[in-house]
Structures are given as C-alpha cells and as structure tokens.
Design a protein around this ligand. Structure first.
Ligand code: CP
Ligand code: NVA
Length: 318
C-alpha cells in the first residue's frame, strides 16, 4: 500500500499547484492516476488532510452539483470554501479581474470559477498565482468529464476501446468529453444538428491528443451514431446563457432526443449518462432517464470523489 501510494504521488506530483482550465491540462497518466486516487478516497481506503486550506468559489452561473461537490470535497479534506459570488464582492461593481485575482491569491489556496468566457478564467489564472479550476465555462467543463470517465471505467472495468456517443448540442460538455476521451482511448462521436457541432479547434486538439488508437468524430444522424455505443450521453439543448434560444432549439433538436427507441439501437450493454440538470421530455425522456440503463446519479456522485482527488493533488496533500 505504501509503495502504491508513493507511486501515485510521484505520477501526480507534476500537477501540484497547477491550474485545471481545460481537459488538456492533464495527461493520460495523470488522469488515470487521479482516478485511482478518487477510487481510494471513495472507498474510504485513503484519507488526506489538507489542514485548513481554503478554496474560493466564484460562480457567475447557477450550480448544484459543482458547487456542493467542491464544498463537500474541501470539508472532507479538512479545508474550507469561501463564497465569492460577484453579487457579494466588488467584482459585481466592476473591480477588475487583474486586481481581484491578485488579492484573492493572497487569501485563498485555490479558486474554482464558473463563468462564461474561457479567456476570463485564464485571466484569473494568470494573475492569482494560485491554482485555478474550471468549474464550467462556455467552452469546457473538464471536472465533469473526469467524473464521466471515472463512472465509465467503474461500469465497464476499462476505458480503452469504449464507444461513447454524445447526442445533442456540441457544447462545453461535449468539448471536454472529446479531449478527455481521446486521451483515455475512448472513441467519441459527437452527434449534433448542422450548425450546432462541437468546436472545430477542440476537435483538432482532441485528435492530436488521441491515445491507444481512439477516434473522435462529428456526425449528424443519431440512429447511426449510437450503433455499437456502450455509452449514450446527452446534455441540455440550450446551455446557461442561451435561454433566449430555447424555443428555436427545441424544434431544431427534436430528432436528437434520447429515448427508448434510440437506446434500443445501441450495444446490449449500453449505459446512459447525463451531466444534469436534465430537461425531461426534451433531450431525454423520463423513461430513459429513469431506466435501468441510466447511471446519472452514480455519475453525479463521482463529481465529489474526482474533485476531492484533484484538490488533494493541487493543494499538495499527496
Ligand atoms: N453537471 C453540473 O455541472 O451541474 P451543476 O450545474 O448543478 O453544477
Ligand atoms: N451545457 C450545460 C451544462 C450544465 C452543467 C450548460 O452549460 O448550461
């Protein structure tokens, strides 16, 4: 056990004090080691005490899972979180990120930030001098992808060669699934209506990071996309910030609903994932979400374990 722990620590030590802004900030070995640590923490076989470290939470958008899982993760690590929402700080009155980040870097040990632009997140990382974690931007949701692939690894006992078909909007969740999946040897298909495909630069980045012969592709026909899929994944059709497009998107995305018929075309062992919150009756039917195939609550639980592992590494607890 001692030597297994020290080998994990040595694999992850290079990530200590690093920011996690994109799924591409971790390499394959680091992600797999993080999953080992997350499983140890989940099973209770490992305890890590960070001793009163403080994580600042800056959330410009609503959140249940991400916010609470970060709060609970820090509590379990013997640390704390502090709410720094723009409505209650000078950020809401226009204080610059450049100044805010330098001040917060003097008080906090890390920041988890949920905002719109990836560039804003990068600005915090540039000025704060402490690790910054992407808690969702319009471009990526890397903590979500870690929990998703940990869940898949737990269900199938492997990641290499798994076929994941994402049906719906080519959004932040899809982008991080492509990068992280490619690195782990998962074949990722992102199936969206024309005009709503995943980001082309992220697609290229994912392909350049591909390991173990994994393939990442974009397609448009859900029935073809789910053939041989062991994982069907979906997310809302209109993300936070796109509320005014909701009605228009409902019509455009109608064919991209995950229902029992679509699930019936996939592999016999297929599981259903959704990052949640779900819009039942839109991107997924009630029946599909509540079916035996659905693993969405195990997936949500894993947000806690994987983020606890991530914080333990970034804050020097290994
Ligand atoms: N999946 C996810 O990030 O959920 P929240 O928006 O509730 O944090
Ligand atoms: N794509 C969704 C994910 C929510 C967790 C959004 O950005 O709103």
């Amino acid at each position: 056990m001692a030597s297994a722990s020290s080998s994990l620590a040595s694999k992850l030590s290079s990530f200590r004090k690093n920011s996690f802004l994109s799924s591409s900030d971790l390499n394959t070995d680091q992600v797999l080691s993080l999953f080992e640590l997350a499983k140890q923490l989940k099973s209770g076989n490992r305890r890590i005490d960070l001793g009163n470290r403080v994580l600042g939470l800056i959330f410009k958008k609503a959140s249940t899972r991400t916010r609470v899982s970060f709060q609970v993760a820090m509590a379990r690590l013997g640390g704390q979180t502090v709410d720094l929402n723009p409505q209650i700080t000078q950020l809401g009155r226009g204080e610059s990120i450049k100044d805010t980040a330098r001040v917060l870097g003097r008080y906090c040990d890390a920041l988890a930030i949920r905002t719109f632009s990836q560039q804003e997140l990068e600005e915090y990382a540039e000025w704060s001098n402490i690790p910054v974690i992407n808690a969702l931007t319009d471009l990526e949701h890397p903590c979500q992808a870690l929990a998703d692939y940990l869940t898949i690894q737990e269900k199938f006992g492997r990641l290499k060669g798994i076929n994941l078909s994402y049906i719906g909007d080519g959004n932040n969740v899809a982008n991080s699934l492509m990068i992280c999946g490619a690195m782990l040897g998962v074949n990722v298909k992102i199936c969206s209506p024309r005009g709503f495909e995943a980001d082309s630069q992220i697609l290229e980045k994912a392909r350049s990071l591909s390991e173990f012969g994994s393939k990442v592709s974009i397609c448009h026909d859900p029935s073809k996309a789910v053939k041989e899929a062991q994982v069907i994944y979906t997310d809302v059709w209109a993300s936070m910030g796109q509320e005014e497009e909701q009605l228009r998107r409902k019509e455009i995305f109608e064919k991209y609903k995950v229902d029992q018929k679509l699930i019936g075309l996939a592999d016999d062992e297929v599981i259903i994932l959704h990052c949640l919150p779900a819009h039942r009756g839109e991107e997924i039917t009630e029946e599909a979400l509540e079916s035996q195939r659905s693993n969405v609550f195990d997936q949500a639980e894993n947000r806690l374990h994987v983020q606890q592992a991530l914080l333990a590494v970034q804050l020097g607890g290994l």
